[in-house]
Write a new protein. Structure first.
Lengths: 252, 167
């Protein structure tokens, strides 16, 4: 059985990934290149924030220190966030946002498929529900990668640049540390490294359809799981947490 | 318990289900939380509870639904019945009742085909236009006004319509 400390950390990571990416996508609301895209981004954001609520509430329960999902979301500073670096990357242009979504969702759909078989009933329940929604996210972002990659010179160049920006952060999605090892050994976590071949095949097939080169391997950038974040996350939190920083404990 | 007693005092479950059948979904008020399959069941016994399940993970109506059910139970004299959320097995559109599907159609929302949940996340088959029943239709956007709906258009009668996504 994994200790509660490991389970807390695991649920926190999952919650933070969804929360930070949901917040990032929310920045597009009202700025999408067309109405349908605006709706898409807002809906994906909503799904992710729903996942974050479930995972962070559960993390709080496991911790047993009286913190709920809101407390964890709004009353921690940068160094206490455990999300991967990919999700905190800036939106850039629409192609850069789609590159980030494409890589994240294609990993997340494989991850949640496995997590829905977790020995932990809460993690399994959240995963089984969310995986159906994430399948949409993976599909819609893959379609945009193809449309932009196989589009005009301009759209193709932007899509390639977006992938180039995000590619450094892919390895972290499959990073396995002591927390992962403990939850996998306890039968409640997912062996992320084992997902890599299927991820590479999925991503490779879409890039081939898009007529885009798979970017060359880069030195991986790691650190999100231990709270070493890029400068982008602090700015995101300053906006997301503004109200609770200005009026701690405010409710309505 | 005798048959007479049953008539005099219907089982708690039946009484609760009658109350719940009157609680509308906040986003699509023509269907009830029972029609949509949000009510998973009733637990009788010493700690009675209504068991509900969220439809979509990020559905912002979830909290409103829970509050509406709480209020309806209180108003019907069931303040002692708890409302509990269960996540597993996950909700799917197959849980929408036949009556619920008809109500959706009459309201102008193409209902998901029965038994199609999970089989077709792409929702690739043409939806049936709830106005003219044509299947000569096309998807405008996979994401619509709420997490549960996609936006479609009828190519015969030219009306846009919402399609409840298979899920």
């Amino acid at each position: 059985m994994a200790g509660d400390a490991h389970l807390f950390e695991y649920a926190l990571r999952l919650g933070d990934d969804s929360l930070v990416l949901g917040q990032r996508l929310g920045e597009w609301c009202g700025h999408g290149p067309m109405l349908e895209v605006d709706l898409t981004l807002a809906n994906v954001a909503l799904d992710l924030i729903g996942q974050a609520t479930h995972f962070l509430d559960y993390a709080g329960q496991v911790e047993g220190a009286g913190r709920d999902g809101d407390r964890l979301a709004f009353h921690r500073d940068v160094y206490d966030f455990r999300n991967c670096l990919l999700v905190e990357q800036p939106n850039g242009d629409f192609a850069q946002t789609m590159a980030r979504q494409f890589l994240f969702s294609n990993q997340q759909v494989l991850f949640l498929e496995r997590l829905s078989g977790s020995g932990d009933a809460t993690l399994a329940g959240v995963a089984a529900k969310a995986v159906k929604e994430v399948a949409y996210h993976a599909q819609v972002s893959s379609e945009w990668v193809i449309r932009l990659g196989d589009g005009t010179d301009e759209s193709r160049a932007r899509m390639a640049a977006g992938l180039e920006w995000m590619w450094r952060f892919v390895d972290e999605l499959f990073e396995t540390d002591a927390v992962d090892e403990a939850v996998v050994a306890a039968g409640i976590g997912v062996d992320k490294a084992a997902l890599r071949p299927e991820f590479d095949a999925r991503v490779g097939a879409v890039l081939a359809d898009a007529g885009l080169e798979t970017p060359p391997a880069r030195r991986p950038v790691l650190g999100g799981r231990t709270g070493r974040h890029s400068e982008h996350l602090g700015h995101l939190l300053s906006q997301m947490q503004f109200l609770q920083r200005a009026y701690p404990g405010a409710t309505w | 318990m005798t048959a007479t007693a049953d008539v005099a005092a219907p089982a708690l479950k039946d009484r609760l289900m009658r109350v719940l059948a009157e609680v509308p979904d906040p986003e699509i008020p023509v269907v009830s939380v029972v029609d949509l399959g949000i009510v998973r069941g009733v637990r009788e016994g010493p700690s009675p509870a209504v068991l509900i399940t969220p439809t979509y993970t990020g559905c912002p109506a979830t909290l409103v639904i829970e509050a509406s059910i709480r209020a309806a139970l209180d108003n019907a004299g069931h303040a002692d019945v708890e409302v509990e959320t269960v996540l597993s097995p996950p909700w799917s559109t197959d849980w929408i009742s036949e009556e619920g599907r008809e109500k959706l159609r009459a309201y102008g929302i193409a209902p998901p085909p029965k038994g199609a949940a999970g089989a077709s996340l792409r929702n690739a088959e043409a939806a049936e236009c709830p106005q003219c029943r044509s299947t000569h239709t096309e998807e405008i956007s996979r994401f619509g006004s709420t997490p549960c709906k996609a936006l479609w258009r009828c190519l015969d009668c030219a009306e846009p319509f919402d399609r409840f996504k298979c899920h």
